[in-house]
Write a protein that binds this ligand. Structure first.
Ligand code: SAH
Length: 258
């Protein structure tokens, strides 16, 4: 999967492609990341890519032309048939909030994307209107640039790509995954068995696989009901909750409407 990124800060990406498990995705070429320095597409003595906003107000706005020139260079480098051009995505607080569902759908499609990272007050709307196919947000808060959002998204995509995580750290059992019916993960424990007086829940020490699985399911249900009742609702609507699950939920919060 090829991902091109237009950014004023390409160096920010490098450490995140060279550390941890996702490094495998880049080293093996499963994810091909190309970083494009927007300033290389600026013209004039000062190589400016921004200017003051029409209508006044604080801050600067990224100009349309350098962005369009960077995009044209990427398109020519990708050299895709006209009907198979990679979509252009802008990271923006005004976009659709990213979720596991959206990230994993993207990872499964394997078709690549051209990512634009904004800075300052954002980018000239005319570039968005003409070239941007989708806008993605990391959440309802404002970052100083799209790079952090893009890096977070890249990390989430890379770890889902085939062969990136070994069996030992497989993502299938993580929160939001189908194997958990979209619920949150259960709590985890490791040695020592007693830490500062706190012990490990006994089912996890039993060696009984069915008992361990039942305990983890119960913990996952209770944790999800407590902090993400919307996910319980979604699992119920999808028909993923068993009678036993419902008994656990009822017992954990008998008066709750969920
Ligand atoms: N004036 C804009 C915010 C600009 S922040 C507004 O109020 O909507 C500067 C840049 O940071 C944006 O262009 C975008 O690329 C990035 N950014 C900020 N918050 C983000 C978020 N929650 N998700 C993704 N990108 C974000």
């Amino acid at each position: 999967m090829r991902i091109d990124v237009i950014t004023l800060f390409p160096d920010l990406f490098e450490p995140f492609t060279q550390q941890g498990v996702v490094r495998r995705a880049y080293d093996s070429g499963v994810v091909q990341l190309r970083l494009w320095q927007l300033r290389d597409f600026a013209t004039g003595n000062y190589r400016r890519i921004d200017d003051r906003p029409f209508g006044g107000g604080p801050g600067m706005v990224m100009a349309a032309q350098p962005l369009a020139d960077a995009l044209a260079a990427i398109r020519s480098d990708r050299n895709e048939p006209a009907d198979q051009q990679a979509p252009v995505v802008l990271f923006s607080p005004q976009g659709t909030t990213l979720t596991h569902e959206r990230v994993s759908a993207f990872a499964a499609e394997d078709k690549g994307v051209i990512v634009v990272c904004g800075r300052y007050e954002g980018i000239d709307q005319r570039f968005i209107d003409r070239h941007v196919d989708a806008q993605w947000s990391l959440g309802d808060f404002v970052l100083s640039g799209g790079e952090i959002a893009a890096i977070a998204w890249l990390d989430a995509v890379a770890r889902l790509m085939p062969g990136v995580l070994g069996d030992a750290d497989s993502h299938g059992q993580d929160s939001f995954n189908a194997a958990l019916d979209g619920l949150l993960d259960c709590p985890h424990y490791t040695r020592p068995g007693t830490w500062e007086g706190a012990t490990v829940p006994t089912p996890l020490l039993s060696g009984n696989h069915a008992a361990i699985a039942a305990y983890r399911r119960q913990q996952s249900l209770v944790a999800t009901a407590r902090s993400r009742p919307d996910l319980i609702h979604a699992a119920r609507v999808a028909g993923a909750l068993s009678k036993a699950d419902e008994v656990i939920l009822k017992a954990s919060a008998p008066d709750s409407p969920i």
